[in-house]
Design a binder for this molecule. Structure first.
Ligand code: FE
Ligand code: FE
Ligand code: ZN
Length: 295
């Protein structure tokens, strides 16, 4: 399998522009925000732009694209209007993503804001189950829960919490969906592992990557892992801070990140950089990572 590597790009110019930008910096995958990351309505979709992009992506072998939900989406919010915004936004994003089949959709599970982790997990799972059950068909998009650093009251700071959300969602789905749909819907639930977040969350991907992946496999199952956010971290392991650093400029370091992109259990996944870089910085990081990739 070829090395799938790219970065977060601005969606201001539309899909084709993102594809071309990705191509110009040596990327064959990319991530973008579905709408303003601080919230609000999404721009109307330009269908011609989507068609042009799909043709371009097919020609260049680009993908999968990873759509990132806005940061303001909090399925575990204490106020009903916050949770309603989360549900309406995710449902709308998934509907729009049907235009680009086979995409990944990543979201931060949420912050329980004092209601407790258990209550947070329940709110997130019930939202996911409702969205999937109400979708009308099996979405072509795979929804990814992002592993979080554990800042504030974030849910999804441990593999156990991520697993609990998935389990609870699947349980809820079984009330509403037929057998076949249930199996397919289940396959549309995955995880995106963010290297900065798991490091900040306390997992030692520097000293014991094999051990961390074995734990992921035991708790969640590596078959759920569908994408990697490849970031260095400004802070020490377990800091729960979530400050991304450029590759090789943080506490995780270039050697450890090279082991991540080359690990036999990870190397076939798509890798998305979210480092504090401009386009030229991304171009250099992608070139560096390609040079570190083993055959
Ligand atoms: Fe994220
Ligand atoms: Fe991330
Ligand atoms: Zn982050």
């Amino acid at each position: 399998m070829s090395f799938r590597i790219g970065c977060h790009l601005s969606s201001a110019g539309g899909y084709l522009a993102m594809g071309q930008t990705a191509g110009s910096i040596g990327a064959n995958v990319f991530q973008f925000f579905t709408r303003n990351p601080r919230g609000g309505a999404a721009k109307p979709i330009d269908r011609q732009d989507v068609r042009d992009f799909l043709a371009y992506a097919a020609e260049k072998g680009l993908g999968p694209i990873l759509a990132h939900a806005p940061y303001t989406l909090n399925a575990a919010g204490a106020e009903a209007r916050v949770r309603e915004f989360a549900e309406a936004t995710m449902a709308d994003d998934l509907r729009r993503l049907e235009l680009t089949p086979g995409a990944l959709y990543n979201f931060h599970p949420g912050s329980h804001v004092g209601q407790g982790t258990e209550a947070g997990i329940e709110l997130i799972a019930s939202m996911l189950a409702r969205i999937l059950a109400d979708f009308g068909s099996v979405p072509s998009t795979t929804i990814l829960l992002e592993t979080m650093a554990g800042k504030g009251s974030e849910v999804g700071r441990t593999f156990e919490e991520v697993r609990a959300i998935i389990d609870r969602t699947v349980e809820r789905l079984s009330d509403s969906a037929s057998n076949i749909e249930r199996a397919t819907l289940n396959s549309r639930l995955g995880v995106c592992l963010d290297t900065c977040h798991v490091w900040d969350g306390g997992y030692d991907i520097v000293g014991d990557l094999d051990g961390v992946l074995a734990e992921f496999d035991r708790v969640i199952g590596l078959d759920r892992l569908r994408a990697i956010h490849l970031n260095d971290s400004m802070n020490a392991r377990g800091a729960h801070k979530d400050r991304h650093a450029c590759i090789g400029k943080g506490k995780i370091g270039e050697e450890a990140l090279a082991r991540v992109i080359n690990h036999s259990r990870l190397r076939d996944l798509p890798f998305y950089l979210e480092t504090p870089c401009d386009l030229d910085g991304y171009r250099k990081e992608i070139a560096l990572l390609k040079s570190l990739r083993t055959a």
